[in-house]
Design a protein around this ligand. Structure first.
Ligand code: CMC
Length: 369
């Protein structure tokens, strides 16, 4: 008897020392450190170092690493020309996927500097295309600013407030890694053939694009916009579920309780939207959450990372189509860390499919069929 594990549920493909998820208690740890502490006290630079190299950096290590991240923000001129040549209505995840592939044509290494260069250049690609589609000139990265601060600076052309930079910094930390999800597995499948790192990351971006994975943040915000009024939230949830549709940003294969990332993002969303034009969106989200928990918590379905992240990104000035690219800009760190760990004891991924068709059919020439 062959047991088929659809969706590879509960199948382990490697041991890891990178990320631990406690799906029952709703806890997440990077290299043993709680995501709650990292979101509160750390930075994109420090947490990405932790994920890539396994320990929290010393002052000198952090300075060296951060300097490299700053230095590598600039993208090649021909990639900038390419971005400017594109139609302005493309899916930004397609643009990011193709841009990473473009960079991969120009260089193919997988040395530590290449890895930092990819992490550093992704926000530049996203911010450039965002501004191009807004009919604006791209803003060159600044070597003076931190990772999240510079990202928002390139988006808006002016320095963000401390609160805005902090909000993005925390949101990126929360998205950085999540053990063996679909996009990480896709990246590992490619890397396991000993293809190059860029190709592995292109696969990761391609998998993350789907609405069941990284595309759910956009879908969740669309729901909030569709509802329009907090008083209509409960009715909307009931009708949506009755129609057999899912509540986007709810449910998770591993978490059977509230996703810890959603907890932190909810607080960030509340703070960043307070007394702004986005406050109503936050109220709608909160009311949808209450109504959906009433109906779905019995099945262990609660908000996931994508429920509140879209509101945060939107309030920071990103257009909804770009949300999955922000997820990718952080998750690229996890993909690289997980690929590096897998390659230490590489074995090509080669599962099996159980054949259910016929065998030995006689071949008929085309005019006899
Ligand atoms: N709304 C309503 N019902 C749901 C939802 C939801 N969001 N998620 C799962 N269910 C129900 C589903 O209908 C099924 O019910 P039943 O047993 O009565 O048929 C049951 O829960 C199990 O669903 P499943 O699809 O077998 O669960 P899964 O573990 O395969 O799916 C999921 C996980 C994330 C794909 C799913 O919860 C979902 O589609 N959520 C909405 C999309 C979303 O928010 N995705 C982001 C995931 S977190 C970030 C990331 O990893 O990228």
């Amino acid at each position: 008897m062959v047991e088929i594990k659809k969706g590879l549920e509960d199948v382990y493909v490697k041991e890891t020392e990178i990320t631990y998820i406690d799906g029952q208690l709703g806890r997440l740890y990077y290299r043993g450190y709680s995501i709650f502490d990292l979101a509160e006290f750390s930075s994109f630079e420090e947490t990405s170092y932790l994920l890539l190299y396994g320990t929290l950096p010393t002052k000198n290590e952090l300075e060296d690493y951060s300097n490299k991240l700053r230095k590598y923000r600039t993208i090649p001129d021909n990639l900038e020309t390419f971005l400017k040549s594109l139609p302005t209505n493309l899916n930004p995840m397609d643009v990011l996927r193709t841009s990473v592939s473009y960079l991969g044509m120009l260089e193919r290494g997988n040395d530590p500097d290449t890895q930092i260069r990819i992490i550093a250049s992704i926000p530049t690609i996203i911010a450039y295309y965002h501004r191009i589609t807004d009919g604006l000139e791209p803003v060159e990265p600044s070597e003076e600013l931190g990772h999240a601060e510079n990202f928002l600076y390139m988006l808006k052309g002016k320095r963000p407030t401390k609160e805005e930079a902090n909000a993005l910094d925390k949101a990126l930390i929360l998205h950085m890694d999540h053990e063996m999800n679909a996009s990480t597995f896709a990246a590992i499948v490619v890397a396991s053939t000993l293809s190059d790192l860029y190709s592995a990351l292109v696969a990761g971006i391609a998998a993350l694009k789907g609405p069941l994975h990284g595309g759910a943040n956009y879908e969740a915000l669309k729901m909030f916009m569709e509802v329009g009024d907090p008083n209509k939230a409960e009715e909307y949830v009931i009708e949506r579920l009755k129609a057999g549709k899912r509540i986007m940003g709810f449910g998770h294969r591993i978490y059977r309780t509230y996703d810890p990332r959603a907890r932190v993002l909810k607080n960030i969303a509340r703070e960043i939207t307070k007394n702004t034009q986005y406050e109503t969106l936050y109220e709608i989200a909160e009311r949808i959450e209450q109504a959906a928990i009433k109906l779905l918590s019995g099945k262990g379905i609660y908000p996931n990372v994508d429920f509140y992240s879209g509101i945060v990104f939107y309030a920071l000035g990103f257009r909804p189509e770009f949300f999955p690219t922000l997820f990718a800009s952080a998750r690229v760190v996890g993909w690289i860390a997980q690929v590096n760990e897998y390659l230490k004891e590489n074995r090509i991924i080669r599962p099996k499919a159980l054949y259910k068709g016929e065998v030995g059919k006689p071949y008929k020439p085309i005019d006899e069929r």
